[in-house]
Structure formats: structure tokens, C-alpha cells
Design a protein around this ligand. Structure first.
Ligand code: NAD
Length: 473
């Protein structure tokens, strides 16, 4: 059992001002795995005051001092990587191979990327009579979701630290363990008191206290669209900067010259990864209508081949994060059947033999883009295959979405695939796969307004100052 009932404020582990706890449930067993404290606005005030005090000196540190600090954090991170992975698996149900693999690798990658960006970043530039200076924005409230806990926290904390900001992290209530260990790592690495603070608790209390706080300069939020909208409203009165990384309903276009079976299998397997709880997952798979039968065969085989079970065992997919998430996903599967989509794999209920734990069957429908299952973010292992007539039709379907987070194009003719990527209205597009920590990540439309990862993510934490007359004429 984990007992994480203290917050990290001003360089110390402290008790909440008003003691109140909540239990954390292991999604694989449905049993309580530990306890956290739920903070209040008073804890947030304390953390913000510490961050404001610390900013006076940390905001003035040199890039070299911050590089040394980030290197020290990396050394501590590497020592505790397995522990972080175990915490991720326990809190949100990712298989151990994934939690101790890609989950922790993402955190480490954002840390290393922040180091690389900071090494080369030019904070000052002279243009004619003017000096243009990039300065840290100040005190940041970082609000994160549970689905890729290390990715979401590290993609905010490390660029913010690299920029010279101070911060208050509010981790997700469903997945609070890895953030606690991360706070220990930052402490052990010698992050100065008040630079990093962490208060656990409910979004509606801790998150709101941060968004409305007079002395918070910026909120960086990753999570659902409705909460993002609320945060923007809450932050409006204090005119703070708000970076939103929200949901998605990303399309994967398999062009006619692509290997259909291989790409449909890859897209289906990809959709089931992390139990479908990935904001940029290719949840709408667009294939040529004329080849739908082959696509169905490949997707069915791929989905049925995804093994589901105990995160500690050798399975591809674990449970989804919580009972309520399980029920939401079941609702969408029922909805898909009700609205006439063709169910070709999976379906309602739990996989055979998995009565305990929030396990969902890897599910694939063939449907149309007007169906609810093709329009709303399900955030579970549910794929919708949609047929298209020609490339223009494929692009039209892909762009016919309120979201614009990710996109995928597969095709042998690279120029043709690139041309399609230009026409898709989303923040990130993968042409025949690939991975890049320096590529900016964020959404068009209702998928958000910010960019994280690499130099663009770093820039989110900077203000721009013009000093006119720096060079007298
Ligand atoms: P969520 O919006 O319910 O919660 C996210 C965080 O916001 C949590 O820490 C929560 O406690 C807090 N919160 C809740 N209400 C709040 C309020 N009123 N004010 C301030 N904070 C509040 O999202 P979730 O269920 O944790 O995560 C899933 C969502 O996150 C999905 O929609 C997914 O697409 C999205 N997501 C987006 C990205 C991206 O980079 N675009 C990445 C991962 C996840």
C-alpha cells in the first residue's frame, strides 16, 4: 500500500492544511492500492507563495545553472526509472513492459530534450535599435491527466524549469503515484526550494484554485475538452496565459498504394496500445471502400490477436484506468451497435476470464463519419473503420471533425502521402510512422491551442520583451 499524504511545498514535504484523504484504486484488481491527501485552495495559496518567492532568484539564474540542474535531475531520474514505471502501472493499469518502457522513456526524453533545447537557445537577439529578450513567464500551474502520466508531467516540468519558471504541479487524482516519486527525484537532485511544488487533489478544487489565482502567470493544462474550456473561463479574469492540450479523434488514412493488411494491422494494434487511452490515437481508420473486405479481415485478425490481462503478466493490453472510464467506453460500444455500425471484433462486456479489473475487449467497428463513435473521443480501445472513395473524400472525412490533434498517412508514393499531410487540419501528422522528441505537439480546433515538445514547448514558458533604444541610432 502506498501512503502519499504529504504535499511538496517550498522544498519540503508538508501536511495538508486541512487533512482529508482519498483512496486510490488499482484498475487491474479493483482493490485499494493506497491513499493520497486532497488539498484545498489554502494549500495552493501556500504553494503559489513559495513559487513566487523562488521566482525572484530562479528567474534570474543563468542557462548554465539550469543546465547543471537538469543534468542532476536526469541522473536521479535514471536511478529511479523502474520505480516510476511500477508506479505508472499500478496507478493507471499499463502493462509493466509498457510502463517501464515507453512511459518512462517519454519522461526521460522530454528531460533530455529540454537540456538540448536550452543548450542552444538564444534568449537575446538584436534587431536594429531593439533588443528582443525572452524571459521566463513566471509562476506556472501545471495540470495533468492520468493517461500517460510521465509524459504529461515531464513535458511541462522540464521546459518550464529550463526556461527559469517556478511551478505548482497538480497531478491527476486517478494516477498520483508517479508524480509523487517525480517530486522526490526533483528534491534529491537539488531543485531549489519553491521552484517546484506539488499539491494533490480534485481538479475542481486544486485546478480551479490555480486557474483563478491572482499570482499564477500561466496555466498549462492537458486533459479533456470540457475541462479545458472551463479553465480558460476561470483564467480569463486574471488574463493569464493558458496552454491547452485537449482531446482528439485522429484519422489514419491508408492510401491506395499502401500495403493494406500491414497498415490496418498496425493501426489496429496502435489503437489498442495503452488501452486506447492516447489523445493522438488514430481512432478513425480510413481505407479505400473498394478494399473494405480486406481491411475487415486484417483488422479482425489484429484486434483478436491483442492479448488482454494482468499488467504484471505478458499481455499487450491492461485494464482501462477506472470504473467510470470502463462504463463510458461500454456506453460507446453499445451506442455503436445501436447506431448500426458493424461490429467486427470485441464488443460489450469484459474479455473472457477477466471478471475482476476494468478490462475492455479490443473492439473494432465499421461505420460512417457521422456516427457518434466516429465523432466523440471514446478514450478506450475502440477503432472505427470508415471507407473512402478517393483521396479528396479521404481528406474531407479526416477534416470533418471538431478535433485536430493527430493524423496519420500511409502510402508508398511519399510525395502523394506528403501532399495529403499538407491538407489535413491537425497539429501533428505521421507520414509512414516515425518519432521525434523535437517535433511540436498540439492541436488545431478543439484539440487545444498550445504546442508542447521540443523548442516550441519550451517557448510556451517564455515572455517576449522588446528593449527599444538598446542600440542608439
Ligand atoms: P480531465 O480533463 O478530466 O482531467 C485532467 C486534469 O484536470 C486532472 O488533473 C483533473 O483533476 C483536472 N481538472 C478537472 N477539472 C478541473 C477544473 N475544473 N479545473 C482545473 N483542473 C481540473 O482529463 P483526464 O480524464 O484526466 O484525461 C483524459 C483527457 O486528456 C482526454 O480527453 C485526452 O484526449 C486528453 N489528453 C490530451 C493530450 C494532449 O496532449 N492533447 C494528452 C493526453 C491526454
Amino acid at each position: 500500500m502506498r501512503n502519499y499524504t504529504q504535499f511538496y511545498i517550498d522544498g519540503q514535504w508538508v501536511d495538508p492544511i486541512a487533512p482529508r484523504t482519498a483512496q486510490v484504486v488499482n484498475p487491474a484488481t479493483e482493490e485499494v492500492s493506497g491513499t493520497i491527501s486532497l488539498g484545498t485552495a489554502a494549500d495552493v495559496d501556500k504553494a503559489v507563495a513559495a513559487a513566487r518567492r523562488a521566482f525572484a532568484t530562479f528567474g534570474e539564474t543563468s542557462a548554465k545553472e539550469r543546465l547543471d540542474l537538469l543534468e542532476a535531475i536526469l541522473a536521479e531520474y535514471l536511478k529511479r526509472e523502474t520505480e516510476l514505471g511500477e508506479a505508472v502501472s499500478e496507478e493507471m493499469g499499463a502493462p509493466m513492459s509498457l510502463a517501464c518502457g515507453f512511459h518512462t522513456l517519454l519522461g526521460k526524453g522530454h528531460l533530455s530534450t529540454a537540456i538540448e533545447v536550452l543548450k542552444d537557445f538564444k534568449f537575446e537577439e538584436q534587431r536594429g535599435p531593439t533588443l528582443i529578450r525572452k524571459e521566463p513567464i513566471g509562476v506556472c500551474g501545471l495540470i495533468t491527466p492520468w493517461n500517460w502520466p510521465m509524459n504529461q508531467t515531464c513535458v511541462k516540468i522540464f521546459p518550464a524549469l529550463a526556461a527559469g519558471c517556478t511551478m505548482i504541479l497538480k497531478p491527476p487524482q486517478l494516477a498520483p503515484y508517479s508524480a509523487q516519486i517525480l517530486a522526490e527525484i526533483l528534491h534529491d537532485a537539488g531543485v531549489p526550494a519553491g521552484v517546484f511544488n506539488m499539491v494533490q487533489g480534485k481538479g475542481s478544487e486544486i485546478g480551479t484554485a490555480l486557474s483563478t489565482h491572482e499570482d499564477v502567470d500561466m496555466i498549462s493544462f492537458t486533459g479533456s475538452e470540457p475541462v479545458g474550456v472551463q479553465i480558460q473561463k476561470d483564467a480569463a479574469d486574471t488574463v493569464k496565459r493558458v496552454g491547452l492540450e485537449l482531446g482528439g479523434k485522429s484519422a489514419w488514412i491508408v492510401l491506395d498504394d499502401a500495403s493494406l493488411a500491414a497498415n490496418v494491422a498496425a493501426a489496429t494494434g496502435g489503437m489498442m496500445g495503452n488501452s486506447g487511452q492516447t489523445c493522438s490515437a488514430g481512432s478513425r481508420l480510413l481505407v479505400p471502400s473498394a478494399r473494405m473486405d480486406d481491411a475487415i479481415a486484417a483488422a479482425t485478425e489484429a484486434a483478436n490477436g491483442v492479448t488482454v490481462g494482468d499488467p504484471k503478466g505478458n499481455f499487450a493490453m491492461g485494464p482501462v484506468v477506472s470504473k467510470s472510464q470502463y462504463e463510458i467506453i461500454q456506453g460507446y460500444i453499445e451506442k455503436g451497435i445501436e447506431e448500426g455500425a458493424q461490429l467486427i471484433a470485441g464488443g460489450p462486456g469484459k474479455p473472457e476470464g477477466l471478471d475482476k479489473g476494468y478490462y475492455v475487449k479490443p473492439t473494432v467497428f465499421v461505420g460512417t463519419n457521422d456516427m457518434v463513435i466516429a465523432r466523440e473521443e471514446i478514450f478506450g480501445p475502440v477503432l472505427v473503420i470508415i471507407g473512402y472513395d478517393d483521396v479528396d473524400h479521404a481528406v474531407e472525412i479526416a477534416n470533418d471533425s471538431n478535433f485536430g490533434l493527430g493524423g496519420y498517412v500511409s502510402g508508398e508514393d511519399l510525395d502523394a502521402a506528403r501532399a495529403v499531410s499538407r491538407r489535413m487540419r491537425t497539429g501533428a501528422i505521421w507520414v509512414n510512422g516515425g518519432f521525434d522528441f523535437h517535433a511540436p505537439f498540439g492541436g488545431y480546433k478543439r484539440s487545444g491551442n498550445g504546442r508542447e515538445w521540443g523548442e516550441h514547448g519550451f517557448a510556451e514558458y517564455l515572455e517576449v520583451k522588446a528593449v527599444i533604444g538598446w542600440n542608439p541610432a
